[in-house]
Design a protein around this ligand. Sequence first.
Ligand code: BGC
Length: 771
Amino acid sequence: MKTCYKKNEWLIVEDGFHPEMNRESESIFSIGNGYMGQRANFEEFYSGDSLQGTYIAGVYYPDKTRVGWWKNGYPEYFAKVLNAPKWIGIDVSVNGKRIDLASVKIISFKRILNMKEGWLEKHFSISVSSGKTLEFHSRRFLSMSEPDIGVIKYSVRSDGFEGTIELKPYIDADVKNEDANYGMKFWKEVDREACEGSGIIVSRTLKTDFYVATGMCYNLFKNQKPHVIKASVISRDEYVGNAVKVNVKPGDELTLFKYAAVLSSLNNSKTKLLSDVRKRLKETLDKGYNTLFIEHRKEWDKIWACSDVEIKGDIAAQQGIRFNIFHLNQTYTGKDERLNIGPKGFTGEKYGGSTYWDTEAFALPFFLKTADQKVARNLLLYRYKHLGASIKNAEKLGFKNGAALYPMVTINGEECHNEWEITFEEIHRNGAIAFAIYNYIRHTGDKDYMTDYGLEVLIGISRFWWQRASWSEDKKKYMILGVTGPNEYENNVNNNWYTNTLAVWTLSYTLENIARVKKENPARYRMIIKNTGFNAEPEEANWVQVIKKMHFPFDASRKVFLQQDGFLDKVLMPAEEIPAEERPINQHWSWDRILRSCFIKQADVLQGLYLFEDKYDTATIKRNFDFYESMTVHESSLSACIHSIMASRIRNIGKAYELYLRTARLDLDDYNHEVGDGLHITSMAGTWLAIVEGFGGMKIVDSKVQVHPLIPEKWTSYSFHARFRGILFEVKVNHKEIIITNLSDKQLKIYVYGKECQVNSQGWKMIKKPN
Ligand code: BGC
């Protein structure tokens, strides 16, 4: 566990230069605004180890699939969000020599991420000759109010140095992805212009033909006064820049404000990109740094006012949860239904920036409770728009009649994943997408969503479940054979309890809603029938059969649900018996050994109990928790959070807290030694859920919002914000009482420990904690 970052409530601070950890810090200190993202790469030249990462949401390249053994049904490509033209670059030369942060003599170094206001700062000083130093400060942000704009305030101050300093702001479009399957470059320059004060490059992606125009402009100050000076203009293939050379004396300070505008053909016409960027640069320069910064900060204020979690008495936990909330909001703002949330967000290349089931199972519940309902709705619409592609995905695998199999990994609806045991078998993802519709409606009350969009998706998914289930004449039961559950340490198993449970639930929920829409909105019902070709006779009857006769593996002696058929044939042993030096097992054991073992990568049966907890009593949840938790190695970042929530459900606060700690600082403390690849954005939502749904016990049952708070021993108090049906409220918990504050203009009715509590608009109520 690495802990080089200082503990602070709102800041992440790296004190001292740690080149051996540069990739990790580049991920941790990433910034984003939902529209684009930027790893914490240096502005200056750096020849050391670094993963360059500038990302534009939705701009991707279909990289030709590379597999050892091709299988029918594999996708042709893996869609990757691209490392885009670099807008942050500012080269610095001192007396004609370009400084390289990897070789220059660094005296002091600090990187700061301010999560409250959404900016990244870097301060360092270097020795230029004996006793003479230069001090550098840079602050940058990706504007939350104007998402196509990035801003850097960059200054150099001379401490005893006299000579020339040259600053060279530039755009470099000669960029690659480290994870390119065939080492290819994905961009081609289309247009370029450079003049004194600005430069623009228009690049296009190969195959997908996205056009991106990246422009920069700047102004220069010397000792806080505008410094107008002739710049040399640099323009060569895939590069534009300006160089300004200034003579400085001891005590002088140069400040360069660099503004970047990044526009893409996702939102702008290709033919006007160049002129649009010119216009945006001018508007940005006119507005200036201070106004842009204030507007940006106000957006962050709004975000925190709806989503902050405050923890007293545990600074590490406080920093951890804010870090998670911060990154989630940097990754997705919900303004564009074509965008989604990759497991690594904008912080690395791994997972291609594509959409996984993580979105519905983890990220959506977070946004549902912290953001305007439009945000979660856009996440649902993303899948609705991919219904046609999902039907094609299913057809490719041999399904018919409008059955939809949503992809395991996607950007545009087409499946991109190519490991047979996941692509073809990890079909539980379909259930998460169905459940998300239900979850959205129970939180927001927006029943029209079902009529307008949801039902068509549910019909497609239900058709898939019906076709995927097979009848066992021997057992007189329906089976779902050859699957991989959420626990990817088991492949090709029969009757994964979680998958079968979701399948049956989806079928029932779809039938229930078909009946409702048919009754309440016959015109729309007819339209849905027409769009989907739904044939109530025999489809409904078929589905009812699967609901009634599905097989669910169960151990009658232990009274636990079995993860899959045959699970008990394994040698069962607790994960604590695995020697420490063999953990994580996925880095030490052969795949064969993992598959045969009883060890569980991530919540599986417990994932199902989490979704459907109201169907099961506490004793059932406890038996399953005790059985599975002991064998779970939590080698997916999506695991400990769910186990923590379930531990809270059975009121085992010690265990819930222990599991919470594993998730809360997963990236900050780099538990899995992989932060250099990027952060675990989707699991960050799980951490938040572990507080709100776990410790806070927030849930929605029968259209009523409930809380059932617990508090970890170590914390003095904690509070969280949440929304229910348009009402924003705050729950504050200490060891004696709960305070509910209604932050909306409507009356709040909430159930606290099962008792109804009415809170007036803008009012609050205090409830004593039961013993
Ligand atoms: C997990 C999956 C998850 C993926 C992306 C894998 O390690 O097992 O459940 O979808 O990571 O986060």
